[in-house]
Design a binder for this molecule. Structure first.
Ligand SMILES: *[C@@H]1O[C@H](CO)[C@@H](O)[C@H](O)[C@H]1NC(C)=O
Ligand SMILES: *[C@@H]1O[C@H](CO)[C@@H](O)[C@H](O)[C@H]1NC(C)=O
Length: 648
C-alpha cells in the first residue's frame, strides 16, 4: 500500500486544483460565514450541493473524470475525509495535502475508522472520549493538517477552495460549529441554534455491501424525494454520501464483513461510470433547485395542507422571486392538487418543483433520464495459471502453536474453539480439519467438531482470519479479533480437557506474505507448478499468472465466481479481499420506491455471491506482462477466473 499513498501525496495537489475548478465561485479571496438560511460565501447566501468522493477509493487517474462527472451532475462542492492511517502508518511519518473532513476519526466503513493501529497502543488511550492521551494525539494530527492546508493557501479566505471543515452530527456542538444531520431523510432536523443553517452532511444514496448480504439499492425516486423534502423545509446544504463510493482496495475495508466494492449504489458507480437513471435524475433535480435558489435563500416557506397527504411550500422573496414545492406523501396513491387555480397531478410519494410558482419543471417520481444498466463483458483469451501451496501453519515447531496429547490410541474427541475472529481454519497434525466463518449478525464464531487424534503427540493449529478491524462502536479500541478461547477437547478418555492454558505459540501472517509472493521478485523465490499439477479446489493456495493489458478504456474487473475467499494483487498492489463464496441473503422482493426507505428494502442479487466482480484499475496495469496473484483460502478453480470489461 505504501506506493499508492505516495501517489496520493503527489496527486492531491492536482485533486485540489480540479476541486477549485468545480467550485467556480469560490476562487476569489473572500470570507465564509453563515446565518440561519445558508452558508454565505462572498457576501452571498448559497444553496450548496455537495458529493462525497473519497480519494483512496479510486485511483488518481480516475479523479479528473469523477470530478467532471460531479460537476456535470450539478454539484458545487466535493467532500472528502482525510484518512489518517493511510498517511501515517507509523508515528511521526506524515506528508500530505488534503481538505475538508479532517477526522481524525472517519467511520466510513474504513479499517479502524481511519485510526492507525499504533494509536491503540498509546498508553492510557481511550478512543473518542474525553481522554488526555487521545486528545493529545488528535490535536497533533489536526494541527498538522490544518497547518499544511494553510501553508498551501487552500482555505477559502486565502483564495483556496476549502469552504468548510469537519462538520459534525453532534447536537451539543458549541458555536460557531454547525451541527448537522446524516441519514436517509433529514427534513425534520433542526440545528441546535436558531441562527445556524440547516445542513445535511450525509444524504445516503444507497448503502454499503457486506459479504453475506445482498446488494443495497435505493430507488432514485425516493432519493430525489428526500432531497426535495429537505429543501422545501429550509435546507440549504446537502451532501451525497456517497456520490462516488469506489473500492476498498487492499485491506482498507472495516471489520464486520464490509465488502471490497464500496459502490454504495451512488450516482457514479464503483468503476467511474454513470449509474443511470440515478445520476441523471439528480442532475435534473439540482437544476430545478438552482432555479429556485433566489427565493429559497431569501425567504421562509409558507406551508399549507390542501388535502390528505398533500402539502404546499411557497417561498416568496421581497424582490418578487417565487418558488413552490407541491408534495404528495401518500406512498401508494397519486393525487390531484390545486395550487393557484391550477391542477397538478402528483404520483405517489413525490414532490413537484415550480421555480416560478407556475410551471412544474420537475417531479421526483418522474424519471426522464434513461436507465442504462452496465454490463460485464468477458475479454477473450484465457489466463494460464501456476500454483504454490501455502505451508500449513503447523509445519514449523519454532514459531507455530503446538499441543501435546496423551492418547493411547486413535480417538475422535470433540474440539471446541471460541473465536472473536471472522473466520477460522483448524488443522490437526497438519491436515485441514474444518473451517468456520461468521456472519453479519453473528461475527463471533464457535468451531465444534469431532477431530481425528492419534496416539502420542498431536498438534492443533488454528488459523484465525479477520475481515477488517472495527470502525465504530463504544471503545472499539478494546475490541479483540481472533482466538480468545476457551479451547476444549471433550470425550478424551471420558472427560473434558481445557486446552486454553496449554502452551500455545503464535505467528502473524502467512508464509507467502512474508515471501512477498505478490511481487515479481518474491514470486520467483519459490517453485510454482502448472498444468496437471495445478492445485484445484485446495485451501490455502497461491495462484499466479501474467497477462497483457486489454485494448481500450473501459474499466476492468475480474470475475471471481469460481473462487471462494482470499485476496488479489496486481503488480504487487492489493485490489482487495475476494469472497464470492459467500452467498447473499437479503430482501430481494418487489421494490416499490414509495414509502420510507431503509437499507434492507429493495436489495438485489439475493442467492448470488455478495460480490462476484473485483475492480482492476487500468492505471495499475502495464501494457504487457502484468503479474496477477491470487491467494485462495477456501479452495477454488482459478482456470475459470476471467478478465471482464464494464460497459455502460
Ligand atoms: C423554516 O425556518 C423558519 C425560521 O427558523 C421556521 O420558523 C419555520 O418553521 C421553518 N419551516 C420549516 C418548514 O421547517
Ligand atoms: C401502501 O401499500 C403497501 C403495500 O402495498 C401497504 O403495506 C401499505 O399499508 C399501504 N400504505 C398506505 C398508506 O396505504
Amino acid at each position: 500500500m505504501d506506493s499508492i499513498w505516495k501517489m496520493f501525496r503527489i496527486n492531491i495537489l492536482i485533486f485540489t486544483v480540479l476541486f477549485s475548478l468545480a467550485c467556480s465561485s469560490v476562487r476569489v479571496r473572500a470570507t465564509v460565514s453563515y446565518d440561519d438560511k445558508a452558508i454565505i460565501i462572498n457576501g452571498k447566501r448559497r444553496i450548496l450541493i455537495s458529493g462525497s468522493i473519497h480519494y483512496p477509493r479510486s485511483t488518481p487517474e480516475m479523479w479528473p473524470d469523477l470530478i467532471q462527472k460531479a460537476k456535470d451532475g450539478g454539484l458545487d462542492v466535493i467532500q472528502t475525509y482525510v484518512f489518517w492511517n493511510g498517511h501515517e502508518p507509523s508515528p511521526g511519518k506524515a506528508g500530505l495535502y488534503v481538505h475538508l473532513r479532517i477526522g481524525p476519526y472517519v467511520c466510513a466503513e474504513w479499517n479502524f475508522g481511519g485510526f492507525p493501529v499504533w494509536l491503540k497502543y498509546v498508553p492510557g488511550i481511550e478512543f473518542r472520549t474525553d481522554n488526555q492521551p487521545f486528545k493529545v494525539a488528535m490535536q497533533r494530527f489536526v494541527q498538522k493538517i490544518v497547518n499544511m492546508m494553510k501553508s498551501a493557501n487552500l482555505y477559502e479566505p486565502q483564495g483556496g477552495p476549502i469552504i468548510m471543515s469537519q462538520m459534525c452530527k453532534q447536537e451539543t456542538a458549541p458555536d460557531p460549529i454547525i451541527d448537522t444531520c446524516n441519514g436517509f431523510y433529514c427534513e425534520n432536523f433542526r440545528p441546535n441554534k436558531p441562527y445556524k443553517p440547516k445542513m445535511w452532511t450525509e444524504v445516503w444514496t444507497g448503502w454499503y455491501t457486506q459479504f453475506g448480504g445482498a446488494v443495497p439499492h435505493r430507488p432514485a425516486e425516493d432519493l430525489a424525494f428526500s432531497v426535495a423534502r429537505f429543501v422545501q423545509n429550509n435546507g440549504s446544504f446537502f451532501n451525497y454520501y456517497m456520490y462516488h463510493g469506489g473500492t476498498n482496495f487492499g485491506r482498507n475495508a472495516a471489520g464486520l464483513f464490509v465488502a471490497t466494492s464500496y459502490d454504495y449504489d451512488a450516482p457514479i458507480d464503483e468503476y467511474g461510470l454513470l449509474n443511470e437513471p440515478k445520476w441523471g435524475h439528480l442532475r435534473d433535480l439540482h437544476k430545478a433547485i438552482k432555479q429556485c435558489a433566489p427565493a429559497l435563500v431569501s425567504s421562509y416557506p409558507t406551508v399549507t395542507s390542501p388535502g390528505k397527504n398533500q402539502e404546499i411550500h411557497v417561498f416568496k422573496s421581497k424582490s418578487g422571486a417565487c418558488a413552490a414545492f407541491l408534495s404528495n406523501y401518500d406512498p401508494n396513491y397519486s393525487t390531484k392538487l390545486t395550487f393557484r387555480n391550477t391542477q397538478y397531478d402528483l404520483p405517489p410519494w413525490s414532490i413537484s418543483i415550480l421555480p416560478d410558482c407556475k410551471t412544474a419543471v420537475y417531479n421526483t417520481a418522474r424519471i426522464s433520464s434513461k436507465s442504462s444498466p452496465a454490463k460485464m463483458v468477458p475479454i477473450s483469451g484465457g489466463l494460464s495459471w501456476q500454483s504454490y501451496n501455502e505451508e500449513t501453519p503447523s509445519a514449523d515447531d519454532r514459531d507455530t502453536l503446538a499441543m501435546k496429547g496423551f492418547l493411547k490410541s486413535q480417538q475422535w474427541p470433540l474440539l471446541t474453539v471460541m473465536s472473536a475472529g471472522h473466520a477460522l481454519h483448524v488443522f490437526i497434525n497438519g491436515q485441514l480439519s474444518g473451517t468456520v466463518y461468521g456472519s453479519l449478525d453473528k461475527p463471533k464464531l464457535t468451531y465444534s467438531k469431532n477431530v481425528n487424534l492419534r496416539a502420542g503427540i498431536n498438534k492443533i493449529s488454528l488459523l484465525s482470519v479477520a475481515v477488517g478491524l472495527p470502525n465504530v462502536g463504544v471503545h472499539y479500541e478494546r475490541w479483540n479479533t481472533g482466538v480468545l478461547g476457551p479451547v476444549t477437547l471433550k470425550g478424551l478418555n471420558g472427560g473434558t480437557r481445557d486446552l486454553t492454558k496449554q502452551r500455545w505459540s503464535y505467528k502473524a501472517g502467512l508464509k507467502g506474505e512474508s515471501l512477498s509472493l505478490d511481487t515479481v521478485s518474491g514470486s520467483s523465490s519459490v517453485e510454482w507448478v502448472e498444468g496437471s499439477l495445478l492445485a484445484q479446489k485446495q485451501p490455502l493456495t497461491w495462484y499466479k499468472t501474467t497477462f497483457n493489458a486489454p485494448q481500450g478504456n473501459d474499466p476492468l474487473a475480474l470475475d471471481m465466481i469460481s473462487m471462494g475467499k482470499g485476496e488479489i494483487w496486481i503488480n504487487g498492489q492489493s485490489i482487495g479481499r475476494h469472497w464470492p463464496g459467500y452467498i447473499a441473503k437479503g430482501n430481494c422482493g418487489n421494490c416499490n420506491y414509495g414509502g420510507t426507505f431503509s437499507e434492507k428494502k429493495c436489495q438485489r442479487d439475493c442467492g448470488q455471491p455478495s460480490q462476484r466482480w473485483y475492480h482492476l484499475p487500468r492505471s495499475w496495469l502495464k501494457p504487457s506482462g502484468n503479474l496477477l496473484v491470487v491467494f485462495e483460502e477456501w479452495g477454488g478453480d482459478p482456470t475459470k477466473i476471467s478478465l471482464v470489461k464494464r460497459t455502460a
